[in-house]
Write a protein that binds this ligand. Sequence first.
Ligand SMILES: C[S@@+](CC[C@H](N)C(=O)[O-])C[C@H]1O[C@@H](n2cnc3c(N)ncnc32)[C@H](O)[C@@H]1O
Length: 267
Amino acid sequence: MSRYVFDSSAVQAPDRFTALETCYDPVSRLRIAQTGLGAGWHCLEVGGGGGSLGTWLADVVGPLGQVLLTDLVPQPRGPQDERTNLTVVQHDIVSDDLPQNAFDLVHARLVLLHLPQRRQVLDRLVAALRPGGWLVLEEFDCGWLPVLTAPHPGAAELFEKVHTHLMRLLSEAGADPLWGRRVYGAMSQAGLTDLSSSTHAQAWAGGGAGIRLHRVNTEQVEDRLLAGGVAAAELRDFWSLLDEPGFAVNSYPLVTVRGRRPHQRDD
Ligand SMILES: C[S@@+](CC[C@H](N)C(=O)[O-])C[C@H]1O[C@@H](n2cnc3c(N)ncnc32)[C@H](O)[C@@H]1O
């Protein structure tokens, strides 16, 4: 059973997906395109969340290609997101059947970080690739979030206190907040070749689209933060801080690692 903290059936989920897609889709599209993604490719988008990358992949691979988007909790989609070559399914990447030797590209963003079984899931994703196919994993390294500017004394400490409690909740549920820095090594150990990695981070200013992720995430686990030692007044002040233009914090660094399943000898 998954112990994913940020249940995607919660009322906060759409806002989480909007923040992630606004901040990180341009980076993800660029990195995925560097695999050579093109017409006719068969793609698997794991834990596709709000679905924007699934739709984009479907448009890039065109009518001869196929995209399978999976999620534990697929999100409702409007007609503007429908594509004849895009299939969306409810699927647990930890335990449900997965086609083998089937995909030219497997992509997952911010999914394995949350899964205690991330190493086994990585092996499953490699097995799902055709020989020569690409795995692109994108994960946060939550260990480098310096406060860049603060509007008053104590603001940086408050941010760090609440964020530390949030990370503790994730770790207790089996997430690895530092998974981003381990992905390259894990993909190497999984036998992938042609590995490359790059990391994206930017400033998130108060009131902006990115910093909203902190609001959504802490709102969703408010009860557990309060039970774990954050005072109600501290949480209120934290949320106010996130709206202040005079506050800025580093975004979560998104580590993108790309690697290829080796060709068989007679390929
Ligand atoms: C942090 S969100 C990221 C969503 C999307 N990939 C993005 O980056 O915008 C994690 C997603 O993984 C999904 N998820 C969590 N556990 C999963 C599992 N065991 N199998 C499939 N999807 C899962 C969640 O429902 C959620 O949509």
